[in-house]
Ligand binder design. Structure first.
Ligand code: SF4
Ligand code: SF3
Length: 546
């Protein structure tokens, strides 16, 4: 195996024996083969498009397949094997249609041609050198190809959440096909791939805008909310991940059952949506970000539903009360699938909850969030005034992911060290490093404004663009906003590419720069966009405030 897609890549080079995330060699290789298969399918879809032949839709299969390979989403080798087999079937049906229409299949890449007669052959192919990341020998081309693939993985995740709410975009779906196929094309130069990287950012913005419209269209605009972080004395289900449609279905089905519902990790922002506030059994948020789940699931006592990443391999017998759905999966855990209308039956998890103890309290009180674009616009006068009077000197976008590395204490210390006339704008699970600190407020504006999930980084970009308009500036970079972003998995990659596409310069990225950036590609990002790593807290605060 070789994997370097996330921030925890071993030695910041790559995992080669077993993932730091817990992914074993077999799963890692199978994920590579799934991506390889998606690339082959994409090459055929492009061929069909050129020939003007209509072929079976691959949109949902591709977005889901990409999502399955995101860090901490799916560890289930059997499920991935089945997805690959489904992909081969889909691929063959496209080939048949092309052949029937007289389209030549000459010149296809192995990714569009490989076959297997048995599962053993499939497993052997997953381990073949032509399949994995290292198949691209030139390290700069490999770096750019993977940067694009990781961006597209993040895009696919957001596209799938929107899809689950009935929203999809032909342009985004077509771009994913184009990008996947492009990574098989040896005629593309490094410059072509740099251009494609920026285009990935453009479609990242479009996808996040689509998901924002899907979420707010279905559940209303997030609003300022005091979220309870304590517990009640009823049996309960904990929901993690990012999918709001799953969350809604679970709330509907638990209504009147005596079973409470809590959010964990990236599901916390569900508390901010008006549509979910009508459920009396929706209690609040339990615990912190994903990497604390082993200990927090222990004290939660009840079953847990994963709608997406981030799963940490369960400890002891915890797996027996973990349920997965959508792109997520873990061997031995119960996986809940949707019927043809997208309806999921959560009765098993609800019945399971009834047999278990209520959650044990680990903290109490409330935290405040809900500062997505509409809520911030409603407070615009107050915010603009605070900037004009100098009450707010600077905003710090500290969006992104959290992770288990000790070096991430930097973000807590950085938030504590920021001058009192600064405001943190956050989104994603990165917030857990400082959202419970007593940082106070500035004239009633909390010093940590949480817009929501990682995809709600889109809201932060919309807010920045609005401020640019209000202050009549020519360039988004003239605003008193600094970007100190934490990344972990591939959704943070698409958020980063989206910000670059919007023209944001001088983003600091930590706790380490991605292992998949070759020195030359890193140099391009530094020279073109002013991307930098992080230093010490004191140095960085001084640098940002200068
Ligand atoms: Fe390693 Fe991250 Fe890949 Fe897991 S996802 S194998 S931790 S690089
Ligand atoms: Fe967190 Fe996994 Fe990325 Fe959606 S839940 S931000 S790490």
């Amino acid at each position: 195996m070789f994997c370097y897609q996330c921030q925890e890549a071993a030695k910041n080079e790559g995992c080669t024996v077993r993932g730091v995330c817990g992914k074993n060699e077999a799963v890692s290789n199978l994920q590579d083969l799934l991506i390889y298969t998606l690339k082959g399918i994409s090459q055929l879809v492009l061929k069909a498009e050129e020939a003007g032949v209509s072929v079976p839709s691959t949109d949902h299969f591709i977005m889901n397949g990409l999502f399955v390979t995101i860090t901490n989403a799916n560890f289930d080798d059997a499920a991935i094997v089945q997805t690959i087999k489904d992909g081969l079937e889909l691929r063959d049906s496209i080939k048949d249609t092309l052949t029937e229409n007289g389209v030549s299949l000459d010149g296809l890449h192995d990714a569009a041609q490989w076959t297997c007669a048995t599962e053993a052959e499939l497993l052997a192919k997953a381990d073949a050198p032509e399949v994995g990341v290292l198949a691209t020998e030139n390290e700069d081309v490999r770096s750019l190809r993977e940067l694009i693939i990781y961006g597209v993985k993040g895009m696919a995740a957001y596209a799938e959440h929107a899809y689950n709410l009935g929203k999809t975009s032909d342009e985004v779906n077509k771009f994913m096909v184009k990008a996947l196929a492009a990574t098989l094309d040896n005629t593309l130069s490094a410059d072509d791939l740099v251009a494609l990287t920026l285009e990935t950012g453009k479609f990242g913005v479009d996808t996040m805008a689509m998901l924002d419209a899907a979420n707010t269209g279905a559940y209303g605009n997030p609003e300022i909310t005091e979220v309870n972080i304590g517990v009640r004395n009823n049996p309960a289900i904990l929901v993690s991940g990012h999918d709001l449609k799953d969350f809604e279905q679970l709330l509907e089905q638990t209504k009147g059952t005596g079973v409470d519902v809590y959010t964990h990790g990236e599901m916390l922002p569900a508390n901010y949506y008006p549509a979910f506030k009508k459920y009396d059994n929706f209690v609040g948020n339990y615990g912190n970000s994903w990497w604390k789940q082993n200990e927090e699931f222990e004290t939660f006592n009840g079953p847990v539903l994963f709608t997406t990443n981030c799963i940490v391999p369960p400890k002891g017998d915890q797996g027996s009360r973990i349920y997965t759905t959508g792109a997520s999966g873990y061997p031995g855990c119960t996986h809940i699938v949707a019927d043809e209308n997208g309806v999921k039956d959560f009765s098993a998890i609800i019945e399971h909850a009834k047999k278990l103890n209520p959650p044990t309290e680990i903290e109490n009180g409330t935290i405040v969030g809900g500062f997505a674009h509409a809520q911030v616009f409603a407070l615009a006068d107050k915010v603009v005034d605070a900037v004009k009077t100098g009450a707010i000197k600077k905003f710090f976008v500290m969006a992104g992911c959290d992770g288990r590395m000790k070096s991430r204490d930097y973000y807590t210390e950085f938030a504590e060290a920021l001058p009192k006339d600064t405001v943190i704008l956050t989104a994603g699970c990165a917030k857990y490093r400082y959202n419970k600190l007593p940082l106070g407020d500035i004239g009633g504006i909390p010093r940590v404004l949480d817009a929501g999930q990682c995809n709600d980084s889109y809201s932060l970009a919309v807010i920045a663009l609005k401020l640019k308009e209000v202050f009549e500036l020519n360039d988004i970079n003239e605003l008193p906003i600094a970007y100190n972003i934490a990344w972990y998995e591939q959704k943070a990659v698409i958020v980063l590419l989206a910000l670059l596409y919007l023209g944001v310069k001088n983003i600091h990225l930590g706790p380490t720069l991605p292992a998949f950036l070759s020195p030359n590609v890193a140099k391009v990002l530094v020279e073109t966009f002013g991307i930098a790593g992080i230093g010490t807290v004191d140095e960085d605060v001084e640098l940002f405030m200068a």
